[in-house]
Write a protein that binds this ligand. Structure first.
Ligand code: ADP
Length: 488
């Protein structure tokens, strides 16, 4: 369509990526955090239980060797040698006796005897004279170990030696890694499950959105009235049915617009044809007698007036549509206004053989708030309708009365009633006659906006426009206008 903005293509895939990124990224970060915390806690638990085991052993061994602090160094040395030889956990642990200078004197793992381990536990135990531990790499072998050193102290504070237990962390490390791997596997399974459910869920949203988008675009491209198949029972279903309603509405407005243009063109053409035809005849036909000339001029005048009314009606209608329509309320003698309108109309419809009967009210009517121009337009329109659509009854009856406390509303209204004796309005059309562009089944000419305009004017006066069929045939239109408050 010319002048239309190009539609930016809707990126369905973007939704999928965004959804995945936001939900999966959060899940991934959380599980990574949980995994790291879990591994750290498990690791530290294992390491500390190994160290506690070594500490228990070291303290019981140092309790045993504290007997030797009163004996000679040789006795102590021999005893250490024997103790080491009998040590039955040599396959798991290394038991060492270390001299105050930090050298291994006796060890279950014979090869280390004579070396200096040089780890912190030894230096700290020598310095503080208390049990100390170490977790880290053995400087000699590079292997990860836990070592606990417990000093044997003489009565005078000198250190006889250190009992040291060393355990390799190879097995424990393997255990920690195995635990971490199991946790990683469980987490990966969990993430996969979340990914799969997310994929299914997103597909359930993205696919229908794609279909709805394609269909909506088709409607936007002019396929008004097209319907999307609605297989969804959720929010998506609601959206689809809203779009379907919209499509029908658009198609309806399109139809109404086309009908309106065609009926208005027709409405304009009919009087214009009459005016052109008669003006030509009057200008060029010299043989016309006086009576035909008068008749022709009357027709031209009548059709020109009809055109003016129609254009005026259209102008008011467009003002109502864009919200610029207002009324100028002043103090109004409704009786005088109605009489004048009836007088104008009576002369016009007399030519069509229709008799207009106006019955003045028995008591004087109050002055009411109202816009004289607009209310006259309403009355003339209703009278015109009575002549146009109900003219076959050849009679129109107009009256005016005061309705005090109308329908127990506490308010007084004046009521103008116009009744014709035509065919009336079919009951199924009664509810729609006030709608714009509604023309019903009447064959008479019209644009279908007269009653819509009247209704709006009466509404702006806080009044009521009521259209019904009269008992005994014909149509009766009532205009109820409130009697107050009057403008200052
Ligand atoms: P128009 O008269 O231009 O068609 P209106 O809005 O004034 O439009 O009226 C809407 C429709 O209501 C008419 O087309 C006609 O079908 C119906 N209608 C209005 N007044 C009467 C009437 N007095 N008798 C029968 N039908 C009527």
């Amino acid at each position: 369509m010319p002048g239309r903005e190009p539609v930016r293509p809707f990126r369905v895939r973007g939704l999928r990526r965004r959804w995945m990124l936001s939900s999966m990224a959060v899940m991934l970060l959380l599980t990574l955090f949980a995994l790291i915390t879990y591994t750290a806690v498990v690791g530290s638990y294992y390491y500390s239980s190994v160290r506690t085991g070594l500490e228990t052993k070291a303290s019981s061994s140092s309790a045993f060797f504290s007997n030797y602090v009163t004996r000679t160094y040789a006795e102590y040395y021999q005893s250490a040698y024997r103790y080491t030889a009998l040590f039955d956990e040599r396959d798991k642990l290394d038991l060492q006796f270390i001299s105050p200078s930090g050298r291994i004197e006796v060890s279950t793992y014979g090869l280390t005897a004579g070396t200096m381990p040089g780890t912190e536990d030894i230096s700290a135990a020598l310095e503080t004279k208390e049990m100390r531990s170490f977790l880290g790499r053995d400087p000699a072998t590079g292997e990860r170990i836990v070592a606990v050193s417990s000093p044997l102290v003489y009565g005078d504070g000198r250190i006889m030696g250190i009992i040291r237990y060393v355990s390799s962390l190879k097995l424990v490390d393997r255990l920690v890694v195995r635990n971490a791997l199991i946790a990683v596997a469980i987490t990966a399974g969990l993430l996969l499950a979340v990914f799969l459910t997310n994929t299914v869920f997103i597909r359930n949203i993205v696919t229908p959105i794609g279909e709805v988008t394609a269909m909506t675009r088709r409607i936007a491209d002019g396929g008004y009235g097209s319907q999307i198949e609605n297989n969804y029972r959720d929010e998506m279903g609601e959206m689809v049915s809203a779009i379907n309603d919209l499509s029908i509405q658009i198609s309806h407005s399109e139809k109404v617009k086309t009908e309106f243009i065609s009926s208005v063109s027709h409405e304009l053409r009919t009087p214009l044809t009459a005016i052109t035809g008669w003006t030509e005849t009057l200008s060029y036909d010299e043989s016309l007698d006086e009576e035909t000339r008068k008749k022709g001029l009357a027709i031209v005048l009548e059709e020109a007036r009809r055109l003016t009314n129609m254009v005026e009606e259209l102008l008011v209608f467009t003002r109502i549509e864009d919200g610029r329509f207002t009324v100028r309320i002043e103090k109004l003698d409704i009786e005088a206004e109605l009489e004048e309108a009836c007088f104008t109309c009576r002369e016009l419809i007399k030519q069509e053989g229709i008799k207009l009967e106006y019955t003045p009210p028995e008591e004087p009517m109050p002055i009411i708030p109202g816009d004289p121009e607009r209310l006259k337009q309403v009355i003339l329109n209703i009278l015109d309708n009575a002549a146009k659509h109900g003219g076959s009854g050849k009679r129109i009856v107009v009256d005016l009365d005061l309705e005090e406390d109308y329908q127990a509303s506490g308010k007084d209204f004046v009521r103008i009633r116009v009744r014709d004796f035509g065919p009336g309005i079919p009951p199924d059309e009664l509810g729609s006659v006030k709608l714009k562009f509604y023309r019903g089944s009447s064959k008479a000419r019209g644009s279908g906006i007269g009653l819509a305009v009247c209704d709006e004017i009466v509404r702006l006066h806080n009044g009521i426009l009521d259209i019904d069929n009269a008992p005994g045939g014909g149509c009766v239109v009532s205009v109820l206008l409130p009697t107050g408050p009057l403008p200052q």
